[in-house]
Design a protein around this ligand. Structure first.
Ligand SMILES: NC(=O)c1ccc[n+]([C@@H]2O[C@H](COP(=O)([O-])OP(=O)(O)OC[C@H]3O[C@@H](n4cnc5c(N)ncnc54)[C@H](OP(=O)(O)O)[C@@H]3O)[C@@H](O)[C@H]2O)c1
Length: 380
């Protein structure tokens, strides 16, 4: 585990310098403020930059600086059930921005397309103050969203579509969503490198890539971040990719940091899932849930002890693992957003981390984190 303190201190210094620069930019940019007003945003959303951003610690992922907690925009398209109104989800994304979130996660395949469209519309008035991560790598345009496709011409087409839907001329962080065994990593990284040279992409990322793939990509174009499932429910990255990320100076963006709701207390052993993602996952079968509830029960006890909520505790634990980690919890609910953003105020001492982690390691979780098809697309 790394010590977060130095990074935190230097992050605060960088934040002060960044606020001054951004404050000046706001003064120089009446058009942007006009756009914000037209979009119904509070003046604070653009003008009160220093005040707004001071509410959230920042973290560095390779060469990219982001808020310590980002917002995952997948549940908004009904991934965990439900149907959500565009206007409500746009308000939710703006609420996150108003609360200091500057890191937003989406993908071409979320919806497909819908998530990018909503993210693009919500963030257009504050585009230069946020960092948007999106992903290519499935054959969405060919109408085969489950099939991998990272051929260079496909990457280029996907990026043009993402830029259009996101209403922007650049993508801050472009990830390959899944490693494509049919396309050498050097060709993928080379294509993204060209897009960087053209100014369409600022940073390169990979999702669920093995240490070997990360190295091959990084040799062609520095990788800023790897996005993989990582939470108290799924800790495999600690052994599989942490040493490589640490060695190469690459950030980790944990996805499903709340264990798809389980670690936030949104699931109990009577929960049943129909027509949504969790219905297909071995960790969420009725039998598995009976056993796996030991983990949220432990988190509940610790959250009481730390006077915080379960979501806050689960994210605080993640943030404490290394200063180069920035999770992207997802939600459709403004109260849940307000809740999990409180995680940055929860600190865990080395002693507490040791005690909690030891208690965790006594829990025997059952069921894999993904269905067999999804797992077959994960680069080992
Ligand atoms: N790279 C990849 O392959 C990949 C795969 C999956 C996800 N992702 C990205 O990672 C992001 C995060 O993952 P995720 O959204 O799938 O899972 P998650 O963040 O682990 O959990 C999301 C679930 O937790 C619930 N929740 C959130 N805050 C809560 C709170 N305070 N109290 C109770 N329940 C709460 C949400 O329900 P409510 O809506 O009711 O709040 C939602 O159902 C995604 O949005 C997406 O951007 C990437």
């Amino acid at each position: 585990m790394d010590t977060a303190k130095d990074t935190l201190l230097s992050g605060r210094r960088r934040f002060l310098a960044g606020s001054l620069a951004l404050g000046a930019a706001a003064l120089l940019s009446p058009a942007m403020n006009g756009a914000a007003r037209a979009a119904g945003m509070t003046p604070d959303a653009t003008n009160g930059e220093g005040e707004r951003e001071s509410r959230m610690e920042r973290r560095r992922l390779g060469g990219l600086e982001v808020s310590a907690i980002g917002l995952g925009c997948l549940p908004m398209v009904g991934y965990y059930g439900g149907k959500y109104e565009k206007k409500d989800m746009i308000a939710l994304i703006r609420r996150a921005f108003d609360k200091g979130v500057t890191f937003f996660d989406t993908a071409e395949v979320y919806g497909p397309y819908i998530s990018e469209e909503w993210v693009g519309e919500a963030l257009a008035p504050v585009r230069n103050q946020v960092r948007i991560g999106t992903k290519f790598g499935f054959g969405v345009e060919e109408g085969r969203p489950k099939a991998l496709n990272s051929r260079p011409e496909h990457i280029r087409r996907a990026v043009e579509g993402s830029l259009r839907r996101l209403r922007t001329d650049h993508i801050d962080l472009l990830y390959q969503h899944r490693v494509d065994p049919q396309v050498p990593m050097e060709d993928v990284a080379g294509t993204v490198k060209d897009l960087v040279q053209e100014g369409k992409v600022l940073h390169f990322g990979l999702s669920e890539a093995s240490a070997a793939s990360i190295r091959r990509a990084h040799a062609v174009l520095p990788v800023s971040a790897v996005q993989s499932e990582y939470s108290l429910l799924w800790r495999e990255p600690e052994t599989k990719i942490f040493p490589t990320l640490r060695e190469l100076g690459i950030g980790l963006v944990p996805y499903c940091p709340l264990g798809r709701g389980l670690l936030a207390g949104a699931v109990n052993e009577r929960s049943r899932f129909v027509d949504e993602r969790r219905a297909t996952l071995p960790q969420f079968t009725p039998e598995a849930l009976k056993r796996n509830m030991a983990l949220p029960n432990l988190i509940r006890d610790w959250a009481r002890r730390k006077n915080c909520t379960m979501a806050q505790f689960s994210l605080a634990w993640l943030l404490a693992q290394a200063p180069w980690i920035a999770p992207i919890p997802g939600t459709t609910n403004p109260a849940h957003l307000d809740d999990f953003l409180g995680a940055t105020a929860v600190s865990l001492s080395p002693e507490e981390l040791r005690e909690f982690t030891a208690a965790c390691s006594r829990i025997r979780l059952v069921g894999h984190r993904a269905d067999a098809f999804t797992e077959s697309q994960i680069d080992k």
